[in-house]
Design a protein around this ligand. Structure first.
Ligand SMILES: [Zn+2]
Ligand SMILES: [Zn+2]
Length: 200
């Protein structure tokens, strides 16, 4: 769904839980806020009761979160995960899709035993949990200097202090450490500039 409908200026970052709140046209709530039946009502018919969240990897750029098919990481982080993964002859390096099918974690039922299918799903969940742990640590690192200023900051202020960029995505990917980032990332940076100018 197009993110243009959302008023990005109305969102704030909760410096406690790391999720986005407020927003427009609907009021989004972070993990710290109560979820009343009246509030739940406005999300009926939507898989996920939020519109927007911070990227799971760089924790700087945003992702739309409305459906179970939404990505957990921003476009730039997904690009880095894809490019680095392919460099090693794999699919994308990180499971950045909300649904396991998006991450290629599909075992053909007719060729695999039930044990194999179960093991694959367990591995997939574990990789997802590790990324969530990472996001919490990375968020705390970025949020720490802002916390004395109050419980939230406007999303625009968050991104002014922690600007999303290819460099930030590569840096986050590298520190997450799932596989070494190849040395020739200058090539990747160049490719990304072209990628962004065509995508935006
Ligand atoms: Zn919160
Ligand atoms: Zn990102």
């Amino acid at each position: 769904m197009p993110s243009e409908e959302l008023n990005l200026a109305a969102f704030a970052v909760c410096l406690t839980c790391g999720h986005l709140r407020d927003g427009a046209p609907r009021e989004q709530r972070c993990r710290c806020q109560p979820r009343t039946p009246e509030w739940e009502q406005q999300w009926q018919g939507q898989d996920i009761s939020s519109d927007l969240d911070l990227c799971l990897l760089c924790v700087r750029d945003t992702v739309t979160t409305r459906t179970r098919w939404s990505w957990l990481a921003c476009e730039t982080c997904r690009h880095v995960s894809q490019v680095v993964g392919e460099r090693y002859g794999h699919r994308a390096a990180l499971p950045l899709g909300r649904h396991s099918i998006m991450n290629g974690d599909v075992v053909q039922p007719h060729t695999a035993t039930a044990t194999k299918v179960a093991a694959s799903l367990v591995a997939s969940v574990r990789r997802g949990n590790e990324l969530r742990d990472w996001q919490q640590v990375e968020f705390d690192r970025l949020a720490e200097p802002l916390r004395p200023g109050g419980p939230t900051v406007p999303l625009a202020e968050w991104q002014r202090r922690c600007p999303p960029s290819l460099g930030a995505s590569v840096d986050a990917f590298d520190r997450y450490g799932v596989m070494p980032v190849p040395n020739d990332l200058s090539t990747l940076r160049q490719a990304q500039t072209e990628f962004l100018s065509t995508a935006r």
